[in-house]
Design a protein around this ligand. Sequence first.
Ligand code: CTP
Ligand code: CA
Length: 228
Amino acid sequence: RGAPNTARDLTGRHVVVSAGGTREPIDPVRFIGNRSSGLQGYALARTALARGARVTLVAANVALPDPAGADVVPVGSAREMREAVLKAAADADAVVMAAAVADFRPSGYEDMKIKKTAGAEPAPIRLVENPDILAEVVRASRAVGARHQVVVGFAAETNDVLENGRQKLARKGCDLLVVNEVGERLTFGAPDNAAVILSADGAAVDVPRGSKDALADVVWDLVAARLV
Ligand code: CTP
Ligand code: CA
């Protein structure tokens, strides 16, 4: 697909991108995690930099080189990501939540490695819900007197992709929702991606299978059109 967009249309803008997947610790050596590689978030950061933006990249558990010029904030868990994103979002023109945030975390943390005991049943791991970072960003940006901010969510769906996407956009209240279909062999760690980008005004933009940079540039096109 096309050449990278180097229009400097994000000059003077601060954008926040979250990338990767959170890890919710169980004990010092174990966690509950997910399959996100961080590639789409890093593509968003790179393309925003190329378009002139100042970029804060909140990165959870990725094995990728820092994009040159980005302000990279490494985080581990969803709660750490929440703190970093909300802090950076305070003066941001756009916030893009590309990270896979764990919905749940273990209710407790064992200070010492959990041991097995011969013959004994393992203790169950109880889960509690994590904060919804995207929802909090939307709430803050819609507060009276808040600056205009474009908020973008991502939705990974395994089935009924469009139907679930539209419902999620309405529920989350963000400006744009990038919906892609995931599965064990789809999207995760892959260099390319296909998506449909739903907007709060009812529009849907189909992005055919292409590089994650190409998808990122379409996201920034739609964001740039919504900046005042
Ligand atoms: N998200 C978030 N905080 C969470 C969970 C999700 O900020 N605790 C963000 C993700 O980064 C993504 C968007 O919300 O941009 C949608 O995530 P998704 O998991 O698809 O939606 P959920 O509302 O968690 O619904 P479900 O997983 O039940 O489909
Ligand atoms: Ca979720």
